[in-house]
Ligand binder design. Structure first.
Ligand code: PLP
Length: 386
C-alpha cells in the first residue's frame, strides 16, 4: 500500500477546523477590543463573548450564566475541585477514581496533603467505576465526587447519570471531567445530574488553551485565582476572545454533526479493532461496548509501546502508548495498571484515537503497516518464544 500520513492521536489533540479558525480571525486582527472596555471596540468583543457563552450553554443543555470560560481542561478541573474544597476550609471527604486524568488525580492528592480525606475508587478490568464501591465510600463528610465522563486512554464511558442521581439525593456535589466526551458523545448537564462539568476546545477541533467550566446555578465555588472581575470573578484575567469564539464555533458544529460523526467513527473503530485482534497475542483494553466511538486501545504482548510508536511514526502514523517512557515517568499508565493489566501488557499498549479527518483508507493503511512492525519487534524481543 502506498505510504501516507495518518493522524490517529485525537485523544491528545485535534486539528483546528477551518470554520473555527475563520470565526476567530477577526478577533485576532481588527476586533481586538478588551471586553471590559466601554468603547465600541470593547462592546464588540463583549458581544462576541456573550454570543459564544449562549452557544456553549445551548450545546450542553445549560443556561449562559452557568458557563465560565477558562484556560482549558486542566484549569477547569482545578477551579471546580479546589473551588469547591476551599469553601470547606480543609475539612471533609472527596471521592475520585483511579483512572482520572492527572488534572483531577493530582489536585485530589494535593488536597489530601492539605488535610482533606480522599477516596480513590478502583475500577473493574474494563475501566468501569464500580457503583457499589462508590456507595460504600460515601460518608457524612463527603462533599464532592469527581469522576470523568469518558476515559482518555481506554475510552470507557462511565455511568455519570447514575452517579449524579445518587449524589444529588444525598446533597453531594458532582464534578465530571468531560473533556473526552464533549464532541464525541451527547452531553447534557441535566441528564448527567452534575454540578460541575469540564470541557476543552482542542479535543473537539477547536483551539488550544481555551476551555469552559459548567457550574450549576446556585452552586458556590471559591475562586482559585484572584484578579479582575472577569467570568464573574471565577476566572479573572482578560478574556481570550478569539479562543472563546473558536471554542463556541467548534462546539456548535461538533454537536450538529454528532450523529454522522458517531456512525463514521464507530465503523472505523470496529474495523480497526477487528483487524488488530487478528494479530497473535493482542488484547483489547477498555470496555467492548461502553466505549468512545473514536477510541482503540490494544496491548501487543512481548513489545515495548515506544518502539512501536517510533516504527509507526516512520511509516507516517501518529499514535500514543501507555508505556512508561512516553509519559515521562517510570511507571506505565496508571489507567491500565488500575484495570489490572500486568506491566508487560501495559508497556505494550497502543492507543489509536480516531477523529473527523480519518478515513477507511487510513484504517486499512494502519492495518497493513502494523503486522510487519510487530513481527520485527517480537523477533528482537528476548521475551518472545522464538
Ligand atoms: C486533554 C485532557 C485534559 C486536559 O485538558 P487541557 O485543555 O489540555 O488542559 C483533561 N482531562 C482529560 C480527560 C483530557 O483528555
Amino acid at each position: 500500500m502506498e505510504s501516507r500520513q495518518v493522524y490517529m492521536d485525537h485523544g491528545a489533540t485535534t486539528p483546528l477546523r477551518e470554520e473555527a479558525l475563520e470565526a476567530m480571525m477577526p478577533y485576532l486582527q481588527d476586533k481586538y477590543g478588551n471586553p471590559s472596555s466601554i468603547h465600541s471596540a470593547g462592546r464588540e468583543a463583549r458581544k462576541a463573548v456573550d454570543e459564544a457563552r449562549e452557544k456553549v450553554a445551548r450545546a450542553l443543555g445549560a443556561e449562559p450564566a452557568e458557563i465560565f470560560f477558562t484556560g482549558g481542561g486542566t484549569e477547569s478541573n482545578n477551579i471546580a475541585i479546589r473551588g469547591a474544597a476551599r469553601l470547606k476550609k480543609g475539612r471533609g471527604h472527596l471521592i475520585t477514581s483511579a483512572i482520572e486524568h492527572h488534572a483531577v488525580l493530582d489536585v485530589c492528592k494535593d488536597l489530601e496533603q492539605d488535610g482533606f480525606k480522599v477516596t480513590v475508587l478502583p475500577v473493574d478490568s474494563h475501566g468501569l467505576v464500580e457503583l457499589r464501591a462508590l456507595e460504600q465510600a460515601l460518608g457524612p463528610e463527603t462533599f464532592l465526587i469527581s469522576i470523568m465522563t469518558a476515559n482518555n486512554e481506554v475510552g470507557t464511558v462511565e455511568p455519570i447519570g447514575e452517579i449524579g442521581a445518587l449524589a444529588r439525593e444525598r446533597g453531594i456535589l458532582v464534578h465530571t471531567d468531560a473533556v473526552q466526551a464533549v464532541g464525541q458523545l451527547p452531553v447534557d448537564v441535566k441528564k448527567l445530574n452534575v454540578d460541575f462539568l469540564t470541557l476543552s476546545a482542542h479535543k473537539f477541533n477547536g483551539p488550544k488553551g481555551i476551555g469552559a467550566l459548567y457550574v450549576r446555578k446556585g452552586i458556590a465555588v471559591s475562586p482559585v485565582f484572584r484578579g479582575g472581575g472577569q467570568e464573574r470573578k471565577l476566572r479573572p484575567g482578560t478574556e481570550n476572545v478569539a479562543g472563546i469564539v473558536g471554542l463556541a464555533r467548534a462546539l456548535e458544529l461538533a454537536v450538529a454533526e454528532l450523529p454522522q460523526k458517531t456512525d463514521h467513527l464507530t465503523q472505523l473503530r470496529d474495523r480497526l479493532i477487528a483487524g488488530l485482534l487478528r494479530i497473535d497475542d493482542v488484547t483489547l483494553n477498555g470496555h467492548p461496548t461502553l466505549r468512545l466511538p473514536g477510541n482503540v486501545n490494544v496491548s501487543f504482548n512481548y513489545i515495548e509501546g515506544e518502539s512501536l510508536l517510533l516504527s509507526l511514526d516512520l511509516q507516517g502514523v501518529a499514535a500514543s502508548s501507555g508505556s512508561a517512557c512516553t509519559s515521562g515517568s517510570l511507571d506505565p499508565s496508571h489507567v491500565l495498571m488500575a484495570m489490572g493489566l500486568d506491566h508487560q501488557h501495559a508497556h505494550g499498549s497502543l492507543r489509536l484515537s480516531l477523529g473527523r479527518g480519518n478515513t477507511v483508507e487510513d484504517v486499512d493503511y494502519v492495518l497493513s503497516v502494523i503486522p510487519p512492525i510487530v513481527q520485527r519487534l517480537r523477533k528482537m524481543s528476548a521475551l518472545y518464544p522464538q
